[in-house]
Every structure is written in C-alpha cells, then in structure tokens.
Write a protein that binds this ligand. Structure first.
Ligand SMILES: [Zn+2]
Length: 448
C-alpha cells in the first residue's frame, strides 16, 4: 500500500481547533494513518513520497455543497440545457484547483443514469442533490425547461434519494424565483433580442428591482425607478417603461408562486426521505424559508448573503433561522472578483462577524464564482473570521450537515479518508497540493 507523508506543515484539521505547527500527516492507501510531531524526513525510510509542507498550511479537502454546472444534468433548477461535457469537466477542474475535493451539484434535475455516472470522469468526489418534485418541475417548465427530457420528468425525488442523491435542492432556485439567473441570463437575453443592446447583469438587476422590488411583488412597480434604470442601461428611447414592466414580469412572475410553494413541498419530501433540503434563501423567499425552519427537517439556507438582502435584514433573518435550528450557508458568489452581481464583501463580513454562519460554498455567480479559500483569506485578514472556524465552515460543518455527502471526510484525523490540501498560509487561495483518497491530483498548483 502506498504511503505518503505531508511533512512539517501547519495543520488546521477542520474541527475548529487551533493550528498545530510542525506536524507530519502520514497517509497509507486512501486513509490518514497518523498525525505526529514532525520527524526528520530521512527517518521515513520506506515511504513512497514525502511532500515538503514546511511552513505551509495543511487542511481537509474542501466540501462545496452549492455548485452548478458540475454534472451532466440540465443547468440550474430551471432545467436549462446542460453545459457541454468539456465545460463541466473544466468547471470541476476549477473547483479542484481551488482546493475542493467534494462537490455537490445542486442543479437538481437528475436521472438514475446521471446519479450512476458520478465517478470516473473526474477525480473530484461528485454528488448530486435532487429537485425532482412536482412544483419544481412545473416552475422549471414555465421558466425554461429547455434541458428537460422525459427521463427527468418521470423521475421522482424519492427515487433520486434511493439512487444516491444526498439532499433535495436547490429548491426555489434563482431562475424560477427571479434571482440571479433572471439578471444574468433571461432578462439580458430578451432585451438583446428586442433591442440588439447587451446589458450587464447589474443593469438587468436594476430593471428587475424597479419593476418587482427586492421581494418580488407586482405591487412594488416603480415607474420612476424603471426610467432611471433604463437610462442607466442606455436603453432610454429604445424601450418604454411599459415594455420593461412586461419583459421583466413576463420572465419572473409566471413561475414565481409555484416555485415558492416548492419550498414547503420539498421540505416535506426531504423529511420523508431522510435527507436535508437545501433552499434558495433570498429576499423573495425568506418568509417561506423561515416557515420551514423549525419543522422536523434539516434545512440548509443557501447563500444567506444573497445580494437581494439588505444587510440588517440578512443578519436578522439568519439569526432567526439559526434559532430555529437551520444551517446558515453563505456563498462566495462574485464578491471579490467579477462583481457582476455582488457589490462587495460588506454583507458577507457582517454575516461572519455576527457569528451566524455555519457553512460556506461558492454558488455559481453566472460562472464567475470566487474560491472559498479566497473568501476565508480575505475575511480572516479583515478580522471577522478565525482561520480554524473558516476552514470548519468549508469542511467538517458541511460533512455534518449533509451526512451522505462526504462520510469520513472533512476532518484530518486518523482513520479519515485522505482528502487533503496544502496551501500558502499568507495567501490561502494559492493552493499547492491536493490529495484525494490518498492520491496526489494537484502538484504545484496544477493538475497532476
Ligand atoms: Zn440559489
């Protein structure tokens, strides 16, 4: 059996404990065998490989439980046509190079075939959530549904759990609830079709809020705000206020109520199937999410720092969800890099500072998500998060929240599966080495 030693690193083991300096992690086969005070490298006579981790941080492989475009399934719970396989593999590579060793695809519409084909194509551990419930299917069919086949329509969430789905989700996802997808996909596409002008996601979002408000309601229509948003998008004279009202309402509203009702329906099904339910938590869905919290189901409130929330509202909502036993997730979104949808880290930092965050994931952000380790790096440097707590949010806390997702993973302890990351403590997103099941799959920051 192959033996590898990660030599002389600083271990943050995922359990929230303080870093341990000068540690050797000994891996045999696919398992962490022992964790010991660093010994001279030449005392390991017979080992196959010694990875010099001197001064580097050793952490568990990250478990990212909110991703899209990571499986051979329709894209998003709106049932959009799936990405080409090469793009899916490229997305998985990107997660891997960011230190993620387990990915949960929450696009949602799965089949027995998709669930059976989770291994093999890529070294990352890929698992699926299912949104194969009647109201999600109905909402997807209204909102898009271009990638749905009879196999998706005929498959149930109960069957999906039996075939290996580890959670239900994403329920009420953005595209059916007027969230990010409406802003970066559907509204710009329709406006380009009518005017030939390509607007940015932020401009589309401004139009959407002007017509329907942050909580998505026809009564929030604000003609003056629509005028302003039209001017901001360079569309004055090309579209009238009435045109914009019709476009935005036509894209967002038909699927909205049915998608909202899916949250309670999915919670009921998840309870019956014994798996967690992962829901789209945003200003538009917060009342329905709060109503499910406190019922007898494991509720994961996804991306609780969604950009539709104002800061106080998000923190107060998260506090209420936590009181009711929900798991509060935040997503990196495009907070630090692209900022096509997110304006900055204030809300994310406020969530950390308030101590309400249980888990951290990426979500999709229109294909521009920031790495989890980048968010932890920035938040620790900003003084709103400790490194051990941040690592736990991306590892052990996730493994505990979704028991089927990553058993024996998420902690660097003897007997755990050896999913390990070696990275630079001064710049956490500079991932050097990634090991999955005892095999090194990333060396010096590139795929091995
Ligand atoms: Zn979402």
């Amino acid at each position: 059996m192959r033996t590898t030693v990660l030599h002389d690193g600083v271990l943050v083991d995922g359990r929230g404990a303080d870093p341990r300096h000068g540690v050797d992690v000994v891996v045999r086969g696919d398992t962490v065998r022992e964790i010991v005070a660093s010994r001279p490298a030449d005392s390991y006579g017979t080992v196959d490989e010694i990875v010099d981790a001197n001064g580097m941080l050793v952490i568990p492989g990250l478990i990212n439980h909110h991703t899209h475009g990571t499986g051979y399934v329709p894209l998003f719970p709106s049932g959009h046509s799936g990405l080409p396989h090469a793009q899916v593999l490229a997305n998985l590579d990107r997660h891997l190079l960011e230190g993620t060793t387990t990915v949960l695809c929450v696009d949602g519409f799965v089949t027995a075939q998709a669930l059976a084909g989770t291994g093999g194509a890529h070294p990352i551990n890929l698992r699926f959530a299912s949104c194969n419930i009647p109201s999600c299917l109905a909402a997807a069919t209204i909102a898009d549904g271009s990638g749905l086949t009879e196999a998706h329509r005929g498959f149930t969430a109960r069957q999906a759990v039996g075939a290996g789905a580890v959670a239900l989700g994403e329920i009420g996802a953005g595209h059916t609830l007027g969230g990010g997808g409406a802003s970066y996909l559907y509204i710009p596409a329709e406006i380009a079709r009518r005017t030939g002008v390509t607007i940015t996601p932020r401009q589309a979002n401004d139009l959407k809020i002007a017509v329907l408000g942050r909580h998505i309601s026809a009564s929030a229509f604000d003609p003056a705000a629509v005028e302003e948003a039209l001017a901001g998008a360079g569309l004055t004279g090309r579209l009238s206020v009435a045109d914009v009202r019709e476009i935005v309402s036509g894209i967002v509203l038909p699927a909205f109520d049915i998608a909202l009702s899916g949250i309670a329906e999915a919670a009921e099904q998840a309870r019956a199937s014994g798996v967690p339910v992962l829901v789209h938590n945003a200003a538009a869905s917060m009342a329905q999410v709060a109503a499910v919290a406190g019922t007898d189901v494991t509720l994961i409130a996804g991306h609780s720092n969604h950009s539709s929330f104002v800061l106080r509202e998000a923190v107060a909502h998260a506090e209420r969800l936590k009181e009711r036993g929900a798991i509060v997730d935040v997503s990196t979104l495009d907070t630090f890099g692209a900022r096509r949808l997110t304006t900055g880290p204030e809300l994310l930092y406020a969530m950390f500072a308030a101590g309400v965050v249980d888990t951290i994931s990426t979500d999709y952000a229109g294909g521009h998500h920031d790495p989890i380790l980048l968010a932890i790096d920035r938040a620790t440097k900003a003084g709103v998060l400790s490194l051990p707590a941040g690592v736990a949010m991306a590892t052990a806390n996730v493994a505990d929240a979704i028991p089927g997702l990553a058993p024996r993973r998420g902690r660097v302890v003897p007997g755990a599966i050896a999913d390990l990351v070696v990275t630079d403590p001064a710049q956490l997103d500079h991932v050097r080495t990634v090991m999955i099941g005892g095999e090194i799959v990333v060396r010096n920051g590139v795929r091995d």
